[in-house]
Design a protein around this ligand. Structure first.
Ligand SMILES: *[C@@H]1O[C@H](CO)[C@@H](O)[C@H](O)[C@H]1NC(C)=O
Ligand SMILES: *[C@@H]1O[C@H](CO)[C@@H](O)[C@H](O)[C@H]1NC(C)=O
Ligand SMILES: *[C@@H]1O[C@H](CO)[C@@H](O)[C@H](O)[C@H]1NC(C)=O
Ligand SMILES: *[C@@H]1O[C@H](CO)[C@@H](O)[C@H](O)[C@H]1NC(C)=O
Ligand SMILES: *[C@@H]1O[C@H](CO)[C@@H](O)[C@H](O)[C@H]1NC(C)=O
Length: 853
């Protein structure tokens, strides 16, 4: 219940005790009484949005009812087929008639996917009786997976192998509520997991050792067309490593780990000099199909499993991959509110959209400890839900660019927003195609998953409130007669007659866990890791020990195959070395890029001035910039532990995000051109979640809640690049206000903000005019600069505000190495220079906080 961002602070226990006392005073309950709550008591004993124990229980029970309702419908009307259609109440089966219907057939292998994928949610609910019944049902249904179905290797691995192993762990672990003891033979589910893994493994029988995307469970390569064989993506090829390595631990047979880890490492080896991994290529010959990268579809679980694998298997080399890959994302993809899709070689922006799958990333960042960046990135998805009532499969963050790029601008585009909305059906349609190019939402879990992780890390009721909204929406907008249906078109509200298995295995599981404070998963001392399909996995020490002692890799077919792959690898590298151009090697390159107004931090000042402020209090010069807890790299949590003990009967804590995060409403402002609510939601929909009155009134601290001013400056990124550069350690701010980038080899990206008197800078402050007095203007190198007077009062200056995607705290200065910046022979026409105070000059304008020494 504590509202602070960092959980572990000195006064944690004090706050805890106060709260406990408080509950007792309010309800006059002791623990024994709480346990014997009858349901009518519950109704009377909590207020909405207080998130007391009874209220949490209320929501938790509600999610459990949702799950039971949907699963019962599947079991009675969908089983033994893969899914239940939530609207028409008949099974959704594999498309036996059209094998090329990949959307359906990739996951619907005619193998009761909903049943298999739901098992671990029952484990999380702790329903032992149900678990026993369903495990028996699985074992009655399958002796093995000898089914003539071509399915996706990745999907089958995460949904079926992951679920079977996780369930096996649960029911064989005496500490778990669903432990089945003698009522389970101790191996059947594991044998099924092994059986299907053996059927998937032939996908790795390629020259490179990278898997093809699909395989037939019975006949291996039958039916596989050339397209099936020739394209796969990074996530699909790398991710099975996680489930298969776990399978090795559980079976002692190392082949699963060896084969899939080989592919994982090979994907990493294909990274660009910027440490970015391309998304899509041919597993037969590694030919690239796309040089794009990002954190969404096709690449997402590569990052996820690098980090999660490093924790689950205690594997340093995986952690190093995660660390390097994440740093590369920070440098090249990180924006203020989202991660961009960029080109792996140049780092240049490639798309004006992000996808729904990338919503998992804030959760992963939370797991990695980077709350500071996870919080704003998650807020973007909250804004998407607020706007569209779900997360569009693809959302364009910049429609103006799409319009100008496609040159389809019509008079309609010039109209202000409110008029656009008056344009009727056709305009709605036009708009939809631009701002949500893929308009469906199949109840994907990623946003909820991240919400759950952030709640566990912060305990901020802000995240519970999101859960409440989602529950409400599930009930009012997604529930059908036989389950929860996705939405086909968020603009028209048209529903999908489909409930994918991840609704039961992930969406509802994370939602349940959000409210189930006492779940055993929250108090376990095992390193429980959720797979990318939401199946909890952990490695008991005895299993680890046994694996160390008794594991074997004696399958000669695979031993030979991996050897062959390695030989091929050597030949490949030799070929590359001969062909590879080294034209750019050794040259220090300087590249700059002016960001277009809407892709980054700041917008043009004229536009901003028209708009005026929203929740900004311009008079308040003494604004407490508490939000620096979130944006500064060295958060000091203790400052923000706030409680009002002096006022009886009021809540002791506030939502930290709601009260102290002063950019809470910036997203809706910055992206207002594309966050446009569909008509069907406008009349009957609720306020944005953060402003839900009942929540806001309880959790916002009026003393502090305020927004920082919108920046009115323009920003640009400078990229310093050296092709033979080595891995650069991420910049860390240690409290010393000078940051020395002593080694500059590699690639650094520095964001400069152009400041001028009276503008509002990216810290939300009015630019201090004192910086503009008597500035040294003479450029030591660039003779093109006008140097008639050495000192002058410039109209604008530059200031560095980010380095490698990390915010530079206000008042900090950077020191860059002279000899690496200015190489001989010097280019006198370069836009980069130096004045006599050793300040860096860009286009004859000093950068006031970069010094070159
Ligand atoms: C699909 O599964 C059902 C139920 O197990 C079975 O009756 C049917 O024969 C299967 N269809 C095919 C084409 O394998
Ligand atoms: C591999 O080793 C295991 C354990 O020693 C053994 O049970 C199995 O029969 C061996 N398989 C082969 C193909 O040698
Ligand atoms: C980069 O290449 C240049 C020229 O070959 C060399 O002098 C320099 O030491 C290299 N830097 C690194 C970090 O390898
Ligand atoms: C902090 O900065 C000062 C002044 O630039 C410098 O003398 C000192 O060595 C720095 N301390 C650390 C720990 O870097
Ligand atoms: C700098 O620009 C001038 C004029 O455009 C040109 O004559 C000169 O060659 C350039 N110098 C270099 C080093 O490129």
């Amino acid at each position: 219940m504590s509202s602070r961002i960092c959980q572990i602070v000195k006064n944690f226990f004090i706050i805890f005790i106060i709260l406990t006392t408080f509950f007792q005073n309010t309800y006059g309950l002791d623990t024994a009484k709480q346990k014997s709550f009858s349901s009518s008591d519950e109704q009377d004993n909590y207020l909405e949005f207080t998130f007391t124990k009874p209220e949490l229980k209320h929501y938790r029970d509600k999610v459990e009812q949702f799950f039971t309702f949907a699963l019962d419908n599947y079991l009675s009307k969908g089983y033994p087929y893969d899914e239940i259609r939530p609207l028409s109440c008949v099974p959704k089966t594999r498309n036996f008639g059209n094998l090329n219907d990949l959307v359906t057939n990739d996951v619907l292998g005619n193998f009761t996917i909903t049943l298999l994928d739901s098992l671990t949610t029952i484990a999380v609910l702790g329903d032992r009786q149900r678990m026993k019944e369903l495990v028996n049902l699985v074992l009655d249904t399958f002796d093995d997976f000898a089914i003539d179905s071509t399915v996706q290797v990745f999907e089958t691995s995460i949904r079926i192998i992951g679920s079977l192993m996780s369930t096996h762990l649960y029911i064989t672990d005496p500490r778990k509520r669903v432990y089945l003891g003698d009522e389970y033979d101790g191996e059947s589910l594991l044998l099924l997991a092994k059986d299907i893994a053996d059927r998937l493994l032939p996908a790795y029988m390629t020259k490179t050792g990278l898997p093809v995307s699909r395989i037939n469970l019975l006949t291996r390569f039958k039916e596989l067309t050339v397209e099936f064989l020739n394209e796969n993506n990074a996530a699909g090829m790398a991710s099975p490593m996680f489930e298969f390595t776990m399978l090795s631990y559980l079976t002692n047979d190392m082949k699963y780990e060896r084969i899939t880890r080989y592919a994982f490492d090979k994907i990493w080896d294909m990274r660009s000099p910027l440490d970015l991994i391309p998304m899509s290529f041919n597993p037969q010959d590694r030919r690239l199909y796309s040089t794009m990268t990002g954190v969404g579809a096709s690449i997402d679980s590569f990052f996820e499993y690098a980090l999660k694998g490093s924790i689950l298997f205690d594997d340093d080399s995986l952690y190093e991959i995660w660390d390097t890959a994440y740093n590369a994302l920070k440098v090249n993809c990180r924006g203020d509110w989202l991660y961009y899709n960029v080109d792996t070689h140049s780092g240049q922006l490639m798309t004006y959209w992000i996808d729904a799958l990338s919503g998992f990333f804030p959760g992963l960042q939370t797991l990695s400890g980077d709350l500071e960046d996870a919080i704003p990135k998650h807020l973007l998805f909250m804004n998407l839900w607020d706007t569209f009532g779900g997360i569009p499969e693809r959302w364009s963050f910049d429609i103006s660019n799409i319009i100008s790029a496609s040159k389809t601008s019509s008079p309609y585009d010039q109209l202000p927003k409110y008029q656009k909305m008056e344009q009727g059906k056709e305009s709605q349609e036009t708009l939809r195609k631009r701002n949500i190019p893929l308009e469906w939402y199949p109840l994907r879990p990623e946003f909820i998953e991240s919400t759950y992780f952030l709640y566990r890390a912060t305990k901020d009721p802000f995240y519970l409130n999101i859960g409440v909204r989602i529950i409400k929406d599930l009930e009012e907008r997604f529930m059908g007669p036989c389950g929860f249906s996705g939405i086909q078109n968020l603009y028209s509200g048209e529903k999908q007659d489909r409930m994918e298995s991840f609704v039961l295995s992930e969406t509802l599981k994370y939602l349940y866990l959000l409210f189930d404070e006492d779940n055993e998963i929250h108090s376990t001392r095992d390193n429980v890791i959720f797979s990318t399909e939401g199946h909890p996995l952990w490695l008991r020490p005895d299993i680890k020990r046994r694996y160390k002692m008794e594991s074997y890799f004696n399958d000669t077919t695979w031993i030979n195959h991996l050897q062959m792959c390695e030989t091929e690898e050597i030949q490949y590298l030799e070929r590359m070395n001969n062909e590879g151009s080294d034209a750019e090697k050794g040259f220090f390159q300087f590249a700059k890029r002016l960001l277009s107004v809407s892709t980054e931090s700041s917008s043009s000042s004229s536009k901003e001035e028209e708009k005026g402020s929203r929740i900004i209090n311009d008079d308040d010069q003494d604004k407490i910039v508490v939000s620096n807890i979130l944006s500064s790299p060295s958060p000091q949590c203790t400052k923000y532990a706030i409680f009002k003990s002096d006022e009886p009967n009021t809540w002791l804590t506030y939502s930290n995000i709601l009260s102290h995060y002063d950019q809470l409403f910036e997203i809706s402002h910055r992206y207002e051109d594309t966050l446009i609510q569909p008509k069907i939601l406008m009349e009957n929909y609720y306020l944005p979640m953060a402003l839900e009155p009942k929540f806001y009134n309880v959790w916002a601290d009026p003393k502090y809640s305020q927004s920082r001013r919108q920046a009115t400056t323009i920003a640009m990124d400078l990229i310093f690049m050296s092709m033979n550069g080595t891995y650069l350690p991420p910049i860390k701010f240690d409290g010393n206000s000078t940051i020395r980038c002593s080694t500059f080899q590699g690639r650094r990206k520095i964001r400069l903000e152009k400041i001028a008197p009276r503008l509002i800078d990216s810290y939300g402050d009015i630019v201090d005019t004192s910086a503009f007095q008597e500035v040294q203007r003479k450029d030591v190198y660039n003779t093109g600069c006008d140097t008639t007077a050495e000192l002058y009062t410039p109209s604008s200056l530059y200031r560095a505000v980010k380095i490698d995607g990390v915010d530079i705290p206000k008042g900090y200065r950077l020191e860059l190495p002279h000899d690496e910046l200015f190489v001989e022979p010097r280019d006198e026409n370069s836009s980069l220079g130096l004045n006599y105070e050793n300040q860096m000059m860009l286009q004859c304008i000093p950068v006031i906080n970069i010094y070159v020494k």
